[in-house]
Design a protein around this ligand. Structure first.
Ligand SMILES: Nc1nc2c(c(=O)[nH]1)N[C@@H](CN(C=O)c1ccc(C(=O)N[C@@H](CCC(=O)O)C(=O)O)cc1)CN2
Length: 294
């Protein structure tokens, strides 16, 4: 039996439609237009694609989109001055600095300068701490997307054994917290973990977020498990075409898992949709409105 393929593209488009409907409502009832500012430093081609997609989808959801593109050699103080301006701007409810930043900039200092109320990436220590403490917080978009995709398969995650492979601030760590909030039993694994295949073998939910092409093999997966692949790895061109693969050996895992996300068309699709959710939530919270129904 082959696994069910979780359609991230479809689930993301349904989520965006729900956000757009809520934006119409808050505009009509409260005269509020949520606004998102995205800051891109430099000209990394993948980052440019992601920022363009954020701009397009923000506008399609009926929100205001503000794009700021700075040269790779921008002075850190100039970037901090822009963030301070966006923090004060009443038309901006969400601020996102596209990562990775050039090496000359100190990422932690930049993230810490964002007003936590506008931190739609959920990376500010205030939001990360609130999430870790089990309090309401703006949470990173990719882990939020992973939870939504998992819930498209499992109505409840309570008591399920989950393994998160990877411990980045952007994905692994917040995903662990979100899974705990769902009452899953969570193992966090990383590059120093011993016997990963054995750790995976007991997991009902496998989250691969290591950035290593096809590292998780099919024979690591417990039959029937749900596999959520966060990796997006570009392999050298084959017959002129760049190949995009995840952190899971898809064809192998497909034959064993109960459900699996593809790459592309899985988790990546949810990242921008969840950013729209966070922007709407931030706008409502800043204006003292009830949390939107998305
Ligand atoms: N400040 C942030 N920087 C980065 C984040 C983030 O959440 N906040 N995440 C990634 C990049 N990213 C959004 O920024 C992102 C990654 C992937 C996709 C996506 O739609 N992927 C497609 C494949 C697209 C492709 O061909 O590359 C898919 O998986 O189907 C959207 C957004 C790092 N930086």
């Amino acid at each position: 039996m082959t696994a069910r393929i979780i359609d991230g593209k479809l689930i993301a488009s349904e989520l965006r439609a729900r956000v757009a409907a809520e934006v119409v409502r808050v505009k009509r009832e409260n005269g509020l237009t949520p606004g998102l500012a995205v800051v891109l430093v430099g000209s990394d081609p993948a980052s440019q694609v992601y920022v363009r997609s954020k701009h397009k989808q923000t506008q399609e959801a009926g929100m205001a989109s503000f794009e700021h593109v700075l040269p790779a050699d921008v002075a850190q103080d100039d970037l901090l001055a822009l963030i301070a301006k966006l923090n004060r701007d009443p038309a901006v409810h969400g601020i996102l600095v596209q990562l990775p930043l050039p090496k000359s900039l100190h990422t932690e200092t930049i993230i810490n300068a964002i007003d936590p109320a506008k931190d739609v990436d959920g990376l500010h220590p205030s939001n990360a701490g609130r999430l870790a403490g089990g309090f309401a917080a703006l949470s990173p978009c990719t882990p939020l997307g992973c939870i939504i995709l998992t819930k498209s398969v499992h109505a409840s995650l309570a008591g399920l054994n989950a393994i998160v492979i990877g411990r980045s601030n952007l994905v692994g760590r917040p995903l662990v917290q979100l899974l705990l909030n769902e009452n899953a039993t969570v193992t966090i694994a990383h590059s120093r973990s011993r016997d990963l295949p054995k750790l995976c073998a007991r997991a009902d939910l496998v989250y691969a977020a290591v950035g290593k092409p096809e590292m998780v093999r099919g024979d690591w997966i417990k039959p029937g498990a749900t596999v959520i692949d966060v990796g997006i790895n570009r392999l050298p061109a084959l017959e002129g075409k760049t190949r995009l693969v995840g952190d899971v050996a898809f064809a192998e895992a497909l034959a064993v898992a109960g459900a699996i996300t593809p790459v592309p068309g899985g988790v990546g699709q949810m990242t921008v949709a969840c950013l729209l959710v966070n922007t709407l939530r931030a706008a409502c919270a800043i204006h003292g409105l009830p949390a939107p129904a998305v």
